[in-house]
Design a protein around this ligand. Structure first.
Ligand code: FES
Ligand SMILES: [Fe+2]
Ligand SMILES: [Fe+2]
Length: 451
């Protein structure tokens, strides 16, 4: 447990604060008038001035990113429902009880207790020690509905019924062309799959009952070009250059959603080769749906940032290069994880800090914030890849480093080139023995980073 002093109650007089902790975690703290007790409640004893003042306010802390798709909860709209405060996300209006984090949409936000002790506002975070306060900033009192128009314009996606299997859902998401709907369905699937895992009625896998598309379709309005024909993004010095970089990243994230969903359906009939052969455990599906959920959030954050900079997703050409690696590895799960998660996604870990630095230099802290969130999540995606390749190798009595290197040599085009982010790769379980002096098939094109 960490107890973090946010400051004196008298000095914190705004209604909401953006808080950053030493771990990089971002929270929003709301300071709201205490909801008056009902007539049946006992009257409060007479209080001193200071105590009366303290007693007039309630404080609530919740994660700053909406668990649906990363919307900014610092800009949430606050209402009272059933004698409790509810914060509605500005992006798709999901409602969250600020105390319990519960939402009528079934997802749950993380909330944290805040108490007043000796006139200080104290935040408590369980299961974490030695956390300290890095920054606390008041958020403008005016609620900003940056994407408010989206709520009206938004046609609801097609939800499948309770009998739909995981494979049905995955094929449905892969065939959904509108990225907004793809995001909604992906976050919904992760939420219902995770919730039903805890019940007597978990979602059926439907392994082998349906076929994923060879390549997920895209909207007709999207201008697809070869990776080599993509416009040069430049170094981030101009808004135009930064928009080009964010647009390229949003495109990769949209493919990354499809890749994580595709792995759940395409390889659902997987069995380990050594006797007794084994199917993939259900935690495999949970882990990749969690990755898909993160990728949906990443796309959403980038799309919103593009709009804040005056552009939008689809305004620039995109390439389908990442899916080429998916096609080359569609026959085997070991190859798929090796090339997609442990080459392309791991390359993202090398490149992201350089990209973040360009945005920092360009004094674009909003984009830096988005890219930081993405980078930290991506480390966990490489971890997921590494964990499941290691699991397969353990069952089959093989060496994951050898299996990885052989698959890259055979099914990846290009050299696995540095400079490497050795630290971030090590956090994800990838020591240098995996990637040093490694090349795939001869190829002179650019290596796509991220996913
Ligand atoms: S409701 Fe928050 S991102 Fe969709
Ligand atoms: Fe991502
Ligand atoms: Fe990822």
């Amino acid at each position: 447990m960490s107890t973090i002093d946010l400051g004196s109650a008298a000095a914190l007089d705004h209604s909401r604060y953006a808080v950053t902790l030493s771990s990089g975690k971002r929270l929003v703290v709301f300071r709201l008038p205490r909801i008056s007790p009902g007539p049946s409640e006992p009257a409060l004893p007479t209080l001193s001035d200071t105590a009366a003042q303290e007693n007039a306010w309630s404080y609530y802390a919740m994660e700053a990113e909406c668990p649906h798709a990363g919307g900014p909860m610092t800009d949430a709209h606050i209402d009272i429902e059933d004698s409790a405060y509810v914060a509605s996300c500005p992006w798709h209006a999901y409602d969250f009880n600020v105390e319990t984090g519960e939402s009528s949409y079934g997802v749950k936000a993380c909330t944290f207790p805040v108490e007043i002790s000796n006139g200080r506002v104290m935040l408590r975070i369980a299961n974490a020690s030695n956390l300290t306060l890095s920054a606390i900033e008041p958020v403008s009192e005016k609620v900003k509905f940056k994407h408010g128009s989206r709520i009206d314009a938004w046609a609801p996606p097609k939800y499948l019924d309770d009998k739909a299997t995981l494979s049905d859902w995955c094929v449905h998401i892969l065939n959904t062309t509108d990225p907004e709907l793809k995001i909604e369905l992906t976050t919904h699937l992760f939420s219902i799959f995770a919730t039903r895992e805890q019940t007597a009625n978990p979602m059926e896998l439907g392994a082998g009952t349906v076929q994923p598309p060879d390549e997920p379709p895209r909207e007709e309005s999207i201008n697809q070009v070869a990776p080599s024909r993509m416009p040069r993004a430049g170094r981030g010095g101009t808004v135009k250059s930064r928009i080009a970089m964010l647009h390229a990243l949003a495109n990769i994230e949209q493919w990354a959603i499809d890749l994580a969903i595709d792995i759940c359906v395409r390889f659902a009939t997987f069995q380990t080769v050594t006797a007794p052969s084994q199917p993939l455990p259900r935690t495999f599906y949970y882990d990749w749906l969690k990755v898909a959920n993160d990728e949906a959030k990443h796309f959403s954050l980038l799309r919103a940032r593009l709009e804040e900079l005056g552009s939008s997703f689809g305004a620039l050409p995109v390439h389908h290069g990442l899916w080429e690696s998916a096609v080359r590895t569609a026959h085997d799960l070991r190859a798929r994880i090796s090339v997609i998660a442990l080459v392309h996604e791991a390359r993202g870990l090398d490149v992201n800090p350089l990209t973040i630095e360009k945005f920092r230099k360009a004094q674009d802290p909003e984009s830096v914030e988005v890219l930081d969130i993405i980078h930290n999540d991506e480390i966990t995606h490489v971890t997921t890849g590494h964990r499941w390749l290691s699991w397969i190798c353990e069952q089959e009595g093989t060496d994951p480093v050898k299996v990885f290197r052989e698959n890259v040599q055979e099914h990846f085009r290009g050299a696995v080139k540095g400079p490497f982010n050795v630290e971030a790769r090590a956090m994800a379980g990838m020591g240098t023995q995996y990637y040093e002096d490694l090349s795939g098939q001869p190829w002179s094109g650019e290596i796509i980073a991220g996913g």
